[in-house]
Ligand binder design. Structure first.
Ligand SMILES: [Zn+2]
Length: 234
């Protein structure tokens, strides 16, 4: 809307009215709008060009670049950075420690050694830290044979070296937290749970993947880049 009071009655001067200032964009508003964009788009569609065409875009791409330094930084700031390149695996020790817990849990409930069903039952009861039968068989071979060998190991009949002598090297799997889940965690925590900042947020595993931590929501949190990377694998 023009500010009519600043317009002159003189037709020659009339066109020289003082233009309205556009309201200045505040970084939190830009962040919120970018967050909403991320939430409503597929990961591979998070381009500046798509933002320009997005019906709820409230800012220019230039404003977003100015606010965050670059389009990519903006995405990072709202937790939509590509998954971390680091590849983490569970060691045999960690896998076996979890399997021991599964065994104890199963025995206490059913007085049985754990079958495939019990491994799943444990995973349901302990969503933050568990293993799948697939992970176990990939590493230790056929499940039933592994259970027998584990019993021998647990009773002291064979030692650790004998238990793991035929196991295959861990397959390196990149941990990928789907964008939808990343966004939900971001909405839930909003800030770094360690230091409280709202900048450079990343999604982090509370129990590290290398320690058997899963990518379920209860094992995920928001941490800033500094807190996340300073922490390392505990
Ligand atoms: Zn932090």
């Amino acid at each position: 809307m023009d500010d009519l009071s600043s317009r002159s009655d003189d037709p020659d001067k009339r066109m020289f009215f003082i233009p309205n200032r556009r309201p200045r964009s505040s970084p939190p508003d830009v962040r919120d709008n970018l967050r909403a964009f991320v939430a409503s788009h597929d990961f591979r569609d998070l381009t500046a060009a798509n933002y320009r065409e997005w019906k709820n875009a409230r800012f220019s791409v230039d404003t977003i670049r100015r606010t965050f330094g670059s389009w990519g930084n903006g995405l990072k700031e709202v937790g939509a950075a590509p998954p971390k390149k680091s590849i983490r695996v569970m060691s045999d020790h960690v896998l076996l420690a979890i399997f021991r817990d599964i065994w104890v849990y199963t025995y206490k409930r059913h007085e049985k050694s754990p079958s495939v069903i019990h491994v799943k039952e444990y995973a349901k009861a302990h969503p933050e830290r568990s293993v799948s039968v697939t992970t176990l068989t990939r590493r230790f071979g056929p499940y039933k044979k592994f259970v027998e060998e584990f019993a021998r190991y647990a009773t002291g009949e064979i030692d650790y070296a004998a238990l793991v002598k035929n196991c295959r090297p861990p397959k390196k799997v990149r941990q990928h937290v789907p964008l939808k889940v990343r966004f939900e965690i971001l909405e839930r925590d909003k800030r770094c749970i360690t230091c409280g900042t709202a900048a450079e947020l990343e999604i982090d595993h509370i129990i590290p993947v290398a320690k058997g931590g899963t990518s379920c929501k209860s094992n995920l949190c928001v941490r800033c880049r500094a807190c996340n990377h300073g922490k390392g694998v505990r």
